[in-house]
Design a protein around this ligand. Structure first.
Ligand code: NCN
Ligand code: DMD
Length: 352
């Protein structure tokens, strides 16, 4: 039977192996000992393969931030009240959030998509409204989303990737905002990786030790409730996910299909990346991992994704902020790769 999410499994754009080879050859000729720029070399080569250009550049950056409320917040799993999700949507739109500042600094396009929070448009029409209801259902009692909510959330992410494509973006960053979404991300990771709640539950926005223990117990109950339905990634997402996590999944798959490199942010974005890869393995070619979040379970998610993040700054904010902070590094890697002289051009003697 055809569903409205058949697009999820459609082909991913192949990488350009000729451009990769050309960039690799160029790296060998630049005026430095081979390998002396460390991981910056591989980064530029990876962008060459993704961009189909021997000399890639990453100027146009598109940031989609998705917000959604979570029914699981009722279980007392966050250090902050649920109202913060909607309050932060306003803050994003008014320019006061971390990601607002970072986007401005990077001259990146920032769009904010409200998928279902207490936020009311009011005087902030710049927030894109894709209202799927007042947040997800409490997945300690029932599936987080209905089938149609899941489809709409995935599509909202794909639409964001389409807008990035139309804007000529060379990099897509997906951010999220959702009080209690580290519980969702942890539950998703447990279900997909067969790990225990003790391994994945962490402080999130700042739970103390007792709070983390309670969160792990809630996740254990959740996994028991849904146990017989956790064999398929899309269904795992519908049952344990959030609107913003599903939107990120759709955005990552959509970006990879369009051939836009994705810079993955922290813990929650990585959970979405894992689902995206489980649904459509080719997505992995288009993912780069920006940073190692301070949320302890991120280590396990990164391992499962064979990811080596660029930075480890102790950040645990979300919003796409860790990814945004890594953009200058990528820009510099590409600038070095494209702008340095070769040994022949500079008249510098090569290795003996
Ligand atoms: O991205 C991360 O690594 C990250 C780690 C911890 C918390 N967060 C952010 O904090 C919120 C979720 O935390 P919590 O404690 O309410 O589950 C949500 O809005 C996330 O963007 C984000
Ligand atoms: C204030 C605040 C800002 C955030 N941004 C992303 N998650 C967040 C959680 C809180 C609590």
């Amino acid at each position: 039977m055809e569903t409205r999410t058949d697009w999820l499994r459609q082909a991913i754009k192949p990488l350009d192996e000729a451009a990769r080879a050309a960039a690799q050859a160029r790296q060998q000729q630049l005026t430095k000992p081979p390998g002396a720029l460390g991981r910056l070399e591989g980064l530029a080569i990876q962008f060459a393969a993704m961009q189909g250009s021997e000399k890639p550049q990453v100027e146009g950056v598109f940031i989609g931030v998705f917000a959604g409320d979570h029914g699981i917040a009722q279980e007392g799993v966050s250090a902050f009240p649920q109202a913060v999700t909607a309050e932060m949507v306003k803050n994003f739109a008014r320019g006061g959030a971390a990601i607002s500042v970072l986007a401005k600094q990077l001259s990146a396009k920032l769009e904010v998509v409200n998928l279902g929070t207490a936020f009311e448009t009011g005087d902030l029409p710049s927030v894109l409204q894709c209202n799927l209801g007042k947040g997800t259902a409490n997945f300690a009692q029932q599936p987080a989303m209905t089938e149609s909510q899941l489809e709409a959330a995935l599509q909202a992410g794909r639409d964001s990737a389409d807008r990035a494509q139309q804007a000529g973006a060379q990099l897509y960053i997906g951010g999220e905002m959702g009080i209690a979404n580290t519980t969702s991300a942890a539950a998703l990771a447990c279900a997909l990786l067969g790990l225990s709640p003790q391994q994945l539950a962490g402080p999130g926005t700042g739970l103390d030790h007792a709070g983390v223990q309670h969160k792990a117990q809630v996740i254990a109950r959740v996994l028991a409730l849904h146990a017989s339905h956790l064999n398929e990634p899309r269904e795992v997402l519908r049952r344990l996910g959030g609107f913003e996590i599903a939107a990120l999944t759709g955005a990552f798959i959509g970006s990879a299909q369009q051939g836009i490199p994705v810079l993955v942010d922290g813990y929650i974005a990585s959970a979405a990346a894992l689902i995206a890869v489980r649904i459509n393995p080719g997505v992995a070619d288009w993912l780069l991992f920006a940073h190692h979040s301070a949320e302890p379970g991120h280590t396990l998610l990164l391992e499962a994704l064979h990811a080596e993040p660029l930075l480890n700054l102790g950040m645990r904010l979300g919003e796409g902020s860790g990814a945004a902070v890594a953009v200058p590094l990528i820009r510099l890697a590409c600038a070095l790769h494209s702008g340095m002289a070769t040994f022949a051009e500079a008249g510098v003697s090569e290795k003996i």
